[in-house]
Design a protein around this ligand. Structure first.
Ligand code: GLU
Length: 483
């Protein structure tokens, strides 16, 4: 099995989705899972992309047996390092009359295409170069010095093939596809077939957008005398409007988005599995190992699953609540480090604060990112603590001044600085003393101390923050309220 991403930008969620299904089957069958980097399109190549693919797949626990960073019996696993092998196969196809050189310039091809479109003809290469030597072709217009190699699609190519999950499919007749580009590098179609064969891939599992390419690949397998692999074309992930998930339209097309938002890898794996797979008992919450245990291609959907982020948030909340406090605190800490609320290497004290605060927030979070807003007030250095401007404007008004003043007095006098005593002191001072409704009494305290109108439970939060910092913030709040 293999996943074969192209490093053309930060990793697409589809790469994780394909990796998951390939890996589940490989694990169930005791097979090998290869990560191959398809980097022959140098115009679209993005340098950091490969490392990001490694990082995000590792983060999801979707590890490979062979790959560029691991080596393996079929190394190298980057197509840009395998040029030699493609060339010899192209030479053979040329010698056998299955391929030909094409010297048509890009301008000529563009013009040809335009004319075909205008005349409402099917678009495709018009074979001007077929049967011509370089010299003969050079006499004609639209000649380019560096040729490409194209496949010579026969009149009656094999168009139907068996897809493991879809049964027999028939794809449209292919054009004379370019196999080797003018820069000497192979196109996806050639490199993909050669590598799948040479790396011993038995099942090609990829997105349904490749169905129309499969007839080209079948021709190559047949011409080169190679056994065809089994094909599985997975349904594409779709936006709620049913369009294909793309980075332009949907931030969730970027795998790193899930890290940034603070989804748990096990929740995302479960979610991606659910998009294409159902468990025999209909259970929606299941692990990678559960999927491996029940895996059956017959249980894979063929209908484009809608990428429902509400469902993912629900799943994530479920997984968050399954974690022990220690585990969740560790993940919140890592998330806060990644997002810059905590330093890259948090101190023991910062770790302890997160651990102590975790029980206050674990029931309230769907994604770890929410911890940034909920716990920031405990973790940022006092000099960078800031009130939310909107919340301060709404709550820290002149009416709040007496409330904050009474709170300072009451809390300064609390004997033991712990939740019950803090709560009692504030209730006595504000609810009984000032005759306020609890909601109105505590809102100014909350905004002054946590910076926001929505926070973890107030009295516990004050205990964690400590008396001095609490009083300091209440006094600052009082000043803002004009008191
Ligand atoms: N490089 C292709 C991609 O990025 C791989 C398609 C395939 O799996 O054959 O989608």
């Amino acid at each position: 099995m293999r996943v074969a991403p192209s490093p053309t930008g930060d990793p697409h969620v589809g790469t994780a989705y394909m990796s998951l299904f390939n890996l589940a089957y490989a694990r169930q069958q005791g097979g090998q899972f290869v990560l191959r980097i398809e980097d022959t399109d140098r115009a679209r190549y993005v340098a950091d992309s490969e490392a990001q693919i490694f990082d995000t797949l590792h983060w999801l626990g979707l590890d490979w047996d062979e790959g560029p960073d691991k080596g393996g019996p079929f190394a190298p696993y980057r197509q840009s390092e395998r040029s030699e092998s493609y060339r010899s196969h192209v030479d053979r196809l040329l010698a056998d009359g299955h391929a030909y050189h094409c010297w048509c310039s890009t301008e000529r091809l563009a013009q040809m295409r335009e004319e075909q479109q205008k005349a409402k003809l099917p678009t495709g290469y018009d074979r001007l170069c077929v049967g011509k030597t370089r010299e003969e072709r050079a006499e004609l217009p639209g000649f380019s010095e560096s040729p490409v190699v194209r496949m010579l699609v026969p009149d009656d190519p094999p168009l139907a093939f068996n897809d493991v999950v879809r049964g027999e499919i028939k794809a449209p007749r292919p054009d004379d596809q370019v196999l080797l580009k003018a820069d000497g590098l192979p196109t996806y179609h050639l490199a993909n077939v050669v590598d799948d064969h040479e790396m011993g891939i038995t099942h090609v599992v990829r997105g349904e957008e490749w169905i129309s390419s499969t007839p080209k690949h079948l021709l190559l397998y047949d011409w080169l005398g190679w056994e065809r692999p089994a094909f599985v074309h997975m349904p594409l992930l779709r936006n709620t409007d049913k369009s294909k998930i793309s980075k332009r339209k949907n931030p969730a097309a970027r795998l790193m988005w899930f890290q940034e938002q603070g989804y748990l890898p096990e929740a995302l794996v479960n979610f991606l599995a659910l998009m294409g797979y159902s468990q025999p008992d209909g259970e929606e919450i299941f692990s990678f190992d559960d999927m491996v245990a029940s895996f059956d291609w017959a249980r894979v959907n063929t209908v484009g699953p809608v990428f429902d982020l509400d469902k993912l948030a629900w799943l994530n909340g479920h997984y968050i609540r399954e974690l022990s406090v220690d585990d969740l605190a560790g993940r919140i800490t890592s998330h806060l480090s990644r997002s810059g609320v905590l330093p890259a290497e948090p101190s023991d004290e910062q770790r302890a604060t997160v651990l102590a605060a975790t029980p206050l927030v674990n029931e309230r979070m769907q994604v770890l990112r929410e911890a940034e807003g909920m716990l920031g007030f405990l973790l940022v250095p006092d000099e960078s603590f800031a009130l939310d401007a909107d919340d301060a404007a709404k709550v820290l008004t002149a009416d709040a001044a007496p409330v904050l003043r009474a709170s300072v007095d009451a809390l300064a006098a609390v004997e033991a600085w712990e939740t019950a005593g803090i709560e009692k002191a504030l209730r006595v001072a504000l609810v009984e003393g000032l005759g306020l409704k609890p909601k109105n009494a505590f809102a100014p305290v909350r905004v002054a101390v946590t910076g926001r109108r929505v926070s973890p439970p107030l009295f516990e939060s004050l205990e964690l923050l400590g008396r001095n910092r609490t009083l300091q913030r209440l006094r600052h709040g009082l000043a803002v309220a004009g008191g």
